[in-house]
Design a protein around this ligand. Structure first.
Ligand SMILES: Cc1ncc(COP(=O)(O)O)c(C=O)c1O
Length: 391
């Protein structure tokens, strides 16, 4: 099918709940995607921070195809070797004490699990999260997503368990947390919210406030996890150990997987029958996840992200232009806040017209979340296009 045929069939048979760009891809290799016309695109979006190893990484493909041939799914009625192997690997890279994993199928579902676990463990009723945050679109995750634009018209599904604090403001957290607060959710960087960062002191204060109140500190690493910020997890940048961490996106290298990670003690309350999912942690997705971690460790990808990302951010910050309001980020999650939404869209268009994919989020922010294997060539190509646009 060519792009017009794909669009026509999709318009007839698919829900029209996405605003899609006028392109479809047939395959990818490394940091490059190929469309239905055979045109090559440099991809600095990576399937929204998913394709950490880029496309068709040979070692990942070998591991995954081998697993497809052997066994894809059996359910959680039985023991699953690949689950145990991936959970052991996650424990090897997680903050101290976070050594137990429950596998699910997406980021939203990982956050649902975290909230259920916190409520069951503490016996409390209230959940607090940040204004402008994003935790997913399922009912409780949507409740935790402090942005009315996502909640509008779905209010009947949102529980009154939720209250919101100002991101980066410890006083605001103190003003709403109490002895009935089961969990505090926080992103190390608000990705969907426009790559918004908060100071180290904020995360440290939040840790102390949660401890003082007996509240579970839940760090949503769905977008910032798996090396994206130049550390295995975004929270590692602040030397804080949370009670729970949620993962998805890059964990599977492209297959749908989510994970809730917590401690021996907290995880104990999820007794048989208390929570679960049919697909969660099947052999296919877990082998994919193990391959991602093994390849990232072997090739020292996290340190490389820290290096290239810090230079990328530094160079962007050095551009003096009224068109740029601010440059934010860590590692390879970079937000360039433009003077207006129109300018951000114009940057995206200029890149697209020159076969480079970038993403605009939260109105006026050009977000760069490339595969974690990008090199100098890709960085230089974006820079020359961006500086050409800036003039
Ligand atoms: C921080 C964060 N949490 C949760 C989610 C939801 O993940 P999913 O789309 O896999 O449900 C996202 C998705 O963008 C995210 O960025």
């Amino acid at each position: 099918m060519n792009i017009e045929e794909i669009k026509k069939t999709g318009e007839k048979y698919l829900f029209q709940n996405y605003g899609r760009q006028n392109i479809a891809f047939t395959h990818g290799k490394g940091c490059y995607l190929y469309d239905t016309e055979g045109k090559e695109y440099l991809d600095l979006v990576a399937g929204i921070a998913v394709n950490a190893l880029g496309y068709a990484h040979p070692d990942w493909v070998k591991a995954v195809t081998g697993q497809v041939e052997r066994l894809v799914h059996t359910s959680n009625l039985y023991h699953v070797k690949e689950q145990a192997e991936l959970a052991e690997r996650i424990a090897s890279i997680s903050p101290e004490g976070l050594n137990r994993t429950l596998f699910v199928n997406s980021g939203a579902e990982a956050n649902e699990g975290a909230m259920k676990l916190a409520v069951r463990y503490t016996g409390r009723k209230k959940i607090i999260s940040a204004w402008n945050g994003f935790h997913g679109r399922t009912a409780a995750s949507l409740g935790a997503t402090g942005q009315t634009k996502y909640q509008n018209s779905f209010e009947p599904l949102i529980s009154n368990a939720f209250e919101y604090y100002k991101y980066g403001d410890a006083e605001s957290v103190k003003s709403i947390i109490d002895k009935d607060t089961a969990a505090l959710l926080v992103e190390p960087i608000q990705g969907e919210g426009g790559v918004v960062t908060a100071p180290k002191e904020f995360f440290r204060a939040v840790r102390d406030i949660c401890t003082d109140n007996g509240t579970m500190m839940v760090v949503d690493e769905v977008q910032t996890g798996m090396g994206r910020t130049g550390k295995w997890f975004g929270i590692n940048n602040f030397d804080v150990i949370p009670d729970m961490m949620t993962l998805a996106k890059a964990l599977g290298g492209g297959v749908p997987i989510g994970a809730l990670v917590s401690t021996d003690e907290i995880s104990k309350v999820m007794t048989p029958g208390s929570h679960g999912t049919t697909f969660g942690g099947n052999p296919l997705v877990c082998t994919s996840g193990s391959a991602v971690i093994d390849i990232m460790k072997r090739d020292n990808i996290v340190d490389k992200v820290a290096d290239i990302g810090s230079r990328w951010i530094k160079e962007l910050k050095s551009i003096d232009s009224p068109k740029i309001s601010q440059v934010r980020g860590y590692g390879l999650i970079i937000g360039i806040e433009m003077e207006s939404p129109e300018t951000a869209v114009a940057v995206q268009k200029h890149c697209f017209d020159n076969n480079v994919l970038v993403n605009v989020c939260h109105g006026n922010v050009v977000r760069l979340i490339p595969p974690l294997i990008v090199g100098e060539e890709e960085k230089d190509r974006f820079f020359s296009l961006f500086t050409e646009f800036i003039g």
